[in-house]
Design a protein around this ligand. Sequence first.
Ligand code: OGA
Ligand code: ZN
Length: 366
Amino acid sequence: MVIDWSDGNKSSLYSLWLRDHCQMPESRNLDNGQRLFSVKDLPSNITIEKAYKDAEGNVCVMFQPENHLSVFCQKWLRENCYELNSHFEDRSEKSKKLWKKDSFDNGLPFISYDLMHSDDTSKVLALRSLREYGFFVLNDVPTQDGQVLKVISELGFTRETNYGALFEVRTEVNPNNLAFTNLGLGSHTDNPYRDPVPTVQLLHCLESSTEGGESILVDGFKAASILREESQENFLSLANTWINYRFSDSKTELRSRVPMIDLNDKKEVIKVRYNNRSIDTINVPQDKMRSFYKAYRHWSEIIERDELKIQFKLSEGDLMLFDNTRVMHARTEFSKSGKRHLQGAYSDLDGLYSLLNRLEMKNNND
Ligand code: OGA
Ligand code: ZN
């Protein structure tokens, strides 16, 4: 079926697609809009017998051999016809604002936790910052034990792991992770050994009286785009090479095999992973090993470039929340004197984006 839109656009819609997207009560549940049939229930030799506009301007389509009439409203067709709506929000680099150290002319996205409670505007601001830049920092979050979980509950859902619902980030004796020492940590994404990876990470600063221990963030999508600009070959090598990751302690044995750069069907970046601490034995065919290491070294060199890093010190009460599939985090080494105590937790983008979508829909309707 061909539609000539009044704005000059044209859509050509495949007959089986149209039938599959029928919006009638026999095809969709009226309460929830979910489809009631499977594609295999439709005749494979489906044809459109006729299509016409009814008195209200709806588009009526008669399908054979079923003798099935579908009535589509024009608004639905315009919003859903696939030729004019080719960009689906799949969290790819295309829909993001990529950044470097000098990109924040108006300051970093630091938002008052108190304001977030007084009206939805600050919540929208924070969540948009997460969607566009991949992070935000809340100030003046009460420095109470477990507060990080309270913050998550206001935005989405906690992702519990073997580290617990929350984990303590402070210097420990015999730590099962280098994060629980005073050592500096290079830029990384957390938990690449988990499948699926937690897509949101939170770090809430409860105590901070050490020298050092500053936080660093790097936009991994920007780093990937620089890699692509400088060497398409290295970029594709990382996108096409699956790497083993592993976490192991006395109770846990986690393994995954994933590439460092995930692409969508349009070859746009949708996820990055980078964690030198938790790569397991690299198992790549011998004829690809040299080119893989060339690409891996190039990528790690870009990630550590100063011009990509924003650096700040979390003060007591600051809570940093970031997209763990995009933004890499690091910290500088800190002194043994003084105290540094963070509580960390994981959540997922789905819950936070769902809230943002709802708030944006509410704003549009107000
Ligand atoms: C972590 C981590 C950074 C910090 O716990 O995953 O990277 O600032 N910590 O201590
Ligand atoms: Zn980390």
